[in-house]
Structures are given as structure tokens and as C-alpha cells.
Write a protein that binds this ligand. Structure first.
Ligand code: BMA
Length: 764
């Protein structure tokens, strides 16, 4: 085999109190079907490497078909590196992988170090015995999952024959989804790290959570992960600071930490006069930087670790009321209206969500304050959590389980427990974390999708569900992240059931899957809408980059990007209500966008008008890892789709909404204020005819808009509008108010009363 010369980066990290050294292995080769590819830390997966070698865009036209053979390909990563003999003298030498997907064998200098089977964990191994002076060879072999997947006997695991993927701890969407192709080949991320350390007492990790906020102080919970402690008292100090304030150091006292379970210890401290963290639209997301020190009895500092936190409480209120029970987030003691979207992975492979971290302003500028991390992807990585902490974007984190029955053998539960412990503890310090949720649409599937007819043992299926989602996962959350609530599934009830509108969260798919007209949203108001949406094509630049003309379902270079089996039909049904037809070019893209924009504005405004009955609206979906004709508002290249602008407008702090659907004789005009400030608004409105002559107008001065309220400011009886013909009229409403910073804000909304094809005059 061709000898590979590798780039080794040896970085000396001078930690405060001992000399630890890290060797980063950033380059190597990947072999697939005897073909050799050079790796770099930017390119580690076979799909990117192959498309680079072929000089082609993998997702252009039908190209993706030529990559499907990779599903069955055996992959071998070869990473050679040099080790200095001094390093070998260190007591603890560990090999660390941030990401290995799935079923890998790790071989170091001919010795099998370990096998892995879970893409949701990071891995580290003691390798002191396997390393040698000079050149070392690390080989990672990844077996294709495809053959294992085909061979799964679903009855053996009591899972669905149609969703055998559930046996593997690998992101569900990679098996193919209705917005993504199937791409199953595994990978590792680079750099792989070797750490060389002396054996001594270590503070490995610290997380700070908020337990309680009272008048002038906050009670904080400090969770520490330690290693190699002895059975003696250790002193713990925390230094913390936030921008513009002095650093405060607190001595928390002396503790016997060595006997803690799994080296995890929990301590408490208080912060006086805390600066609170608030979500976008409700205040500043203030962050604190902290350093935790561990010292011995002689006050010698043994180790320290940095962390970052925010001071906020967040609760999910599911209090019962006369309708059912609410589903509402309470931040720092006050209710918020959750505005946001569902986050899916930003790339088909290792990148997970990092890409969006760099584009997080797209989320903030869209007036969003919450993202739900959909369970068919991964646990969100640090970059993205950090970005959300900084911008005030709350994260609802599903555990990675979606749309399938999952096994619950001891072995499987042990894997899930390991991944959950690692990720829950890692994420617990982030103030953006709002909720842990067991899974996506499994409880709904069980109750509504005839799974009971497909699975071998229905009693066992419920037992398995309970073991995973009502026992194991809530227990991990309780142990490692006790300040954050847990709910076992999203949604609580399937959208066909009446309870979906009176209690819990709801995924309402009557519009789209159910082929209902868009205005159905006005009648299907849940307590919290956690998924709903309508498809459209990517931004036109992205369309031109990936799709070929004509834009018709007969042209595979276009049609391959529609992954929903009834997608074209459902879009057509709504377009043809509004337009007489379309050309199979940009005209189709524009008309589909028109429909989707209308869907999102009707949906969001319906939820807002129903405040406080409805306390959240999360569109499906924020982003996509592939150029799909799909539901996202940001496309694969991070470009805004038309629907982005619609959603941004509808998620503004104060919104004018025209309700023309709930009563055929009356038009209702609402103003909804989802902020925590009261405003006064002046409103102006007119109904114009074809020649722009006003046939009706109104003015409202100093309309009081109390915080967190939806106010019906005017009812217009159609009989009172002089000459009125729905096919020739348009209603426009303008409003202006001074916001909390005394800035003059102007907003507007407008509406026609018939579909474009029935409009008798040619208005823009
Ligand atoms: C919801 C999601 C996804 C899916 C979307 C659109 O149910 O949970 O599974 O992509 O519908 O069909």
C-alpha cells in the first residue's frame, strides 16, 4: 500500500497546573472499494471526498443516484502519526473521537482497541499499552450498516418491519426522509486526539444551572465531573463575571468528592444581584463566564475548568384549565409566546448543526425565540448551543428517536443511557436549553398510525416505550439536568384527535398531509403548535444551482428533489385553487412559494390571535441538509426562501392580523402584542376598489395594546361597506407605535378576499 505521509499537529496545551499535551491527528487517507482518498479535517466523509474527486456537485440534477453504492461500501480510515518517546512516559494516554458513525472497529498498531456502535456518543480509550515510539498506525474500519439493516428481524426486537433502522443508534434522517435522500455510509470526524497526562486530581467538567431566582439573588447548581480524587476533603471555589461587572470569587467550602457516583458531584451557591438571561424579544441574553478551582487542604490549586452559563429559570407549564391543559413556557417567572421553528441537521453528514451556528442571525432576525431540535437528527453540538446562548434562542431538545418503535433490550438501553448521560450533562449548562423531549411522533404513531397491527407483541411495545421514554430518559434528565422539564413525546396527541387541540403540543398536518385548504389552520388551534407547514422550492439561486428545467415531475433532474411521495400533487392542489395553471419553469417555483407563504401567514396569525389559549408556534421546518422541495424557510445554502420573509413579518413583536375566515359576514382586525411591554397604537385602514378608490376607511387613535394580548380592534360588517364586491376589493391596515426604546415602529397587513384567479382587477 502506498505509504502516506501525514501532517501531525502537536499542540502543547499549558493547562494551569500540569503539562498536558494533545496530539491532533488531522490528516490521513480513506479507502473505499480500493480507491484512496486524502482526508483533511474539513473533508472526512466519503460523499464529499468522492464528489470532490469527480469534480461534481453531488446534489445537482440526478447525481445523487451515483453515490448510492456507498451505502454498501466498507470504509477504512488510515491515520498514521509520530509519537515522541517522552510522551510515552505520561501516565494516562487517551485516544479521543468526537464522532464515529456507526459500527466501527478501532485498531492501533495492530491491536484492536475497541468497537463502537453509537453515533450519538463521543468515545475515548486508554491506549498507553498500544502506543510506540516513532510512527504509529491507527486504523478505523467502518462496516456498512446497509447489510445489517436488511438482515434485521423486526420481530426479534419487537419493532416495525417498515422501520428496522430503529435497531441502530444512527441519525434517522440518514435512512432517507421526506426532505433528504438516503445516505448511509458512516464516517469519523477529524481531528482525532491523543492526550498525554500525568496522573493527578482533575476537574474535567463544570456545569452551572439556575435552580431559583428570588428578589436579589439566584440559587445556582454546580455540577462537577472529576477524576482521580482521593478520599479527603477538597476545596471548591468559583469565580464568575459578566460584562461590565467585577469578577466575584466564591469559596463554596470543603467537600469529600471522591465517593460520588460516576465522579459527578453537585454543589450549590448563590449569586447576588443576578443579571438575568432572556430569550430573543424579551430582554438581553446575559451570559456569565466562570472558572471553577479545586484545591487541596494546603490551598494548593490542583486543577481548574472553565464554563459559561446564564441565569434564568424556565418551566413548561401544563396546568389544567377549563379547556384541557396549557402548554406554555415560563421564563424567569413570566409566560412567553414561543415563536420559532424545527431544526433538522444542516448537512447530510458529520456537520450536524454547526453550519447553522455561523448563520444564527438568520434565526434571530426572523424574530424567532425557540428552535425545536427534531428527534430524527442528533443532540445539538456545542457550537450551535453557544450561538443560541448568545442570541437568546431557546432550544427544545428531542432525544434522537423518531417515528418508529424502538427496542429496549438491556444492551440497547445501556447504549442509550451512555449517550444520554454524556449529552444531557454536556448541554445542562446552556441557558438556551428549554425542554427535553423523549422523541418525535412515537406516541402519536402508536396511537394513530396502525402500528399495533404491524408489531408482533403490542403489550411488549408499550413496555419498551415506557422503559425508554418514561423511565430511562427522564431519570437521566433528573440526575444530570434537574432544572429542566422533560416531556415523553412530541406531540402529546395525534392531530386527528380532538384532545390535540385542548391539551399539550400538536403537530397539525391536516394542511399538507390531509390535503385541507389553508384556512383550516384558523379552525385548528392547539395549545402549542410544535409542527405545521407547507412545502416550497429553495431560493431561486439554489434552484438554479441544483435543479434542471423543466420543473415538472417528469424531469428526474428536478423531480428527484421532491422526496415526499405526494408532494407534487399536494402543491398542485393548492396552486390550482389560486391560479389557472403554471408554466414548468420559475413560474411554478413562484406559485408554490406564494401558496407556502400564505400557509405560514394564516397559520402563524391564527396562533397569535388565539393567545393566550395558544402559547407557541413552531413552523416545520427551519432548515434542510439537502436542496429539497421542502418545508424549510432557510435552504441548504443558508439562503432565505420567500417564506422566510413571511414568517419574519408574522413573528414580529406586534402584528396586525385580518381574520376574514371565521365569519362570512364580518371581517375582524386584530393586533397581537407578544412582547412584555404595553403599547399605544394608531391604526389606519381602507378597503379599495379596482381603481384604488377607498370604498371604506377607518382610523383608530391610541389603541391600547397590553403586553401578551391579542386585541380585536375592529369588526367590519360587510353590509356596512357601501358598494362591496369581494372580487374587486382589497383591505389594507397600517399601524404605528413607539416601542420600549421610543423608536417609532410601523407595521401593516393586507388582504384580498378571493383567490388571485378570481380577482377581477389587475392589482399587484
Ligand atoms: C413531521 C416531521 C417529519 C416530517 C414532516 C413533514 O411529521 O416530524 O417527520 O419530515 O412531518 O412530512
Amino acid at each position: 500500500m502506498k505509504k502516506t505521509y501525514l501532517f501531525i499537529i502537536l499542540s502543547l496545551l499549558c493547562w494551569n497546573f500540569s503539562l498536558a499535551q494533545t496530539l491532533e491527528i488531522k490528516e490521513g487517507v480513506l479507502i473505499c472499494n480500493q480507491e484512496i482518498f486524502n482526508l483533511s479535517d474539513k473533508k472526512t466523509n466519503i460523499y464529499d471526498l468522492l464528489s470532490e474527486k469527480r469534480h461534481e456537485n453531488m446534489f445537482y440534477a440526478e447525481n445523487e443516484k451515483n453515490y448510492s453504492f456507498l451505502d454498501t461500501c466498507y470504509l477504512t480510515y488510515i491515520l498514521n502519526f509520530e509519537v515522541d518517546k517522552h510522551l510515552l512516559k505520561k501516565d494516562i494516554i487517551r485516544l479521543k473521537f468526537d464522532y464515529i458513525d456507526t459500527y466501527a472497529k478501532i485498531i492501533l498498531n495492530g491491536n484492536e482497541v475497541a468497537t463502537t456502535q453509537n453515533a450519538f456518543r463521543s468515545y475515548e480509550f486508554d491506549v498507553k499499552d498500544f502506543l510506540k515510539k516513532g510512527e504509529n498506525s491507527l486504523i478505523v474500519e467502518i462496516d456498512p450498516i446497509y447489510q445489517k439493516w436488511q438482515a434485521v428481524n423486526s420481530d426479534e426486537f419487537n419493532i416495525l418491519q417498515s422501520e428496522k433502522r430503529a435497531v441502530f443508534r444512527k441519525a434517522a434522517f440518514q435512512f432517507g426522509w421526506d426532505w433528504a435522500p438516503r445516505q448511509l455510509a458512516g464516517e469519523i470526524s477529524l481531528p482525532v486526539r491523543l492526550t498525554f497526562e500525568d496522573k493527578k486530581e482533575y476537574l474535567r467538567f463544570a456545569s452551572v444551572q439556575t435552580e431559583k431566582i428570588s428578589d436579589n439573588s439566584a440559587n445556582m447548581l454546580l455540577t462537577l465531573k472529576t477524576e482521580f480524587l482521593e478520599n479527603k476533603p477538597y476545596n471548591i471555589k468559583v469565580s464568575y463575571s459578566t460584562e461590565g461587572e467585577e469578577t466575584i470569587t466564591k469559596n463554596l467550602g470543603d467537600f469529600y468528592l471522591a465517593n460520588s457516583e460516576e465522579n459527578i458531584s453537585k454543589l450549590q451557591f448563590e449569586i447576588a444581584n443576578p443579571q438575568l438571561w432572556y430569550p430573543n424579544g424579551y430582554g438581553k441574553p446575559t451570559l456569565y463566564d466562570a472558572v471553577v478551582y479545586i484545591s487541596d487542604e494546603q490551598s494548593k490549586v490542583l486543577d481548574s475548568v472553565k464554563t459559561r452559563f446564564g441565569i434564568r429559570t424556565i418551566k413548561l407549564s401544563q396546568e389544567k384549565d377549563k379547556y384541557g391543559s396549557e402548554f406554555c413556557f415560563i421564563v424567569n417567572g413570566k409566560k412567553i409566546f414561543a415563536k420559532g421553528s424545527n431544526l433538522v441537521p444542516t448537512a447530510m453528514h458529520k456537520e450536524r448543526y454547526e453550519g447553522l451556528a455561523k448563520h444564527i442571525d438568520l434565526v434571530k432576525d426572523c424574530n424567532m425565540n425557540m428552535l425545536r431540535v427534531w428527534g430524527g437528527g442528533y443532540y445539538v453540538d456545542e457550537q450551535m448551543y453557544n450561538a443560541c446562548d448568545e442570541k437568546g434562542i431557546l432550544i427544545w431538545q428531542d432525544f434522537p428517536f423518531a417515528c418508529a418503535l424502538y427496542p429496549a433490550s438491556e444492551e440497547y438501553l445501556a447504549e442509550v443511557e451512555a449517550e444520554a448521560k454524556e449529552n444531557v450533562l454536556r448541554i445542562s449548562s446552556h441557558p438556551s436549553l428549554a425542554l427535553w423531549c423523549g422523541n418525535n411522533e412515537i406516541w402519536e404513531g402508536w396511537g394513530n398510525w396502525s402500528w399495533d397491527k404491524e408489531v408482533k407483541d403490542t403489550v411488549l411495545a408499550v413496555e419498551n416505550y415506557n422503559k425508554l421514554f418514561r423511565e430511562l430518559l427522564p431519570k437521566v434528565v433528573e440526575n444530570y439536568c434537574q432544572t429542566i422539564d422533560y416531556t415523553h413525546s412530541s406531540p402529546l396527541n395525534g392531530w386527528g384527535r380532538k384532545e390535540s387541540l385542548t391539551e399539550g403540543d400538536c403537530h397539525y398536518w391536516g394542511v399538507w398531509w390531509g390535503d385541507s385548504v389553508l384556512e383550516t389552520y384558523t379552525r385548528k388551534i392547539p395549545r402549542f403548535m410544535s409542527e405545521y407547514g407547507f412545502q416550497s422550492a429553495p431560493n431561486i439561486k439554489t434552484v438554479n444551482k441544483y435543479f434542471t428545467l423543466p420543473y415538472s415531475k417528469e424531469n428526474e433532474g428536478f423531480a428527484i428533489h421532491q422526496k415526499h411521495n405526494r408532494g407534487f400533487e399536494l402543491i398542485d392542489n393548492r396552486i390550482l385553487e389560486r391560479f389557472d395553471g403554471y408554466n414548468k419553469d420559475e413560474d411554478y417555483i413562484n406559485k408554490a412559494s406564494y401558496v407556502a407563504s400564505e400557509a405560514f401567514s394564516i397559520g402563524i396569525e391564527s396562533h397569535l390571535r388565539a393567545l393566550p389559549y395558544c402559547m407557541g408556534s413552531l413552523t416545520w421546518q427551519l432548515n434542510e441538509p439537502y436542496p429539497a422541495i421542502g418545508w424549510s424557510c432557510i435552504d441548504v445554502d443558508y439562503l432565505k426562501k420567500d417564506v422566510y420573509h413571511t414568517i419574519q413579518k408574522s413573528f414580529a413583536p406586534v402584528v396586525i392580523s385580518i381574520d376574514k375566515f371565521s365569519n362570512q359576514d364580518t371581517i375582524f382586525i386584530y393586533v397581537i402584542n407578544t412582547s412584555w411591554n404595553d403599547f399605544n397604537m394608531d391604526l389606519l385602514g381602507k378597503i379599495t376598489d379596482c381603481d384604488n378608490t377607498a370604498i371604506y376607511s377607518f382610523e383608530i387613535e391610541s389603541q391600547i395594546l397590553p403586553q401578551m394580548q391579542s386585541v380585536c380592534v375592529l369588526e367590519i360588517a360587510k353590509k356596512d361597506i357601501g358598494y362591496y364586491d369581494e372580487s374587486t376589493t382589497k383591505l389594507e391596515v397600517f399601524g404605528s407605535y413607539k416601542d420600549e426604546n421610543d423608536n417609532l415602529i410601523t407595521i401593516d397587513n393586507s388582504s384580498y378576499f378571493v383567490y388571485p384567479k378570481h380577482l377581477k382587477c389587475n392589482k399587484e
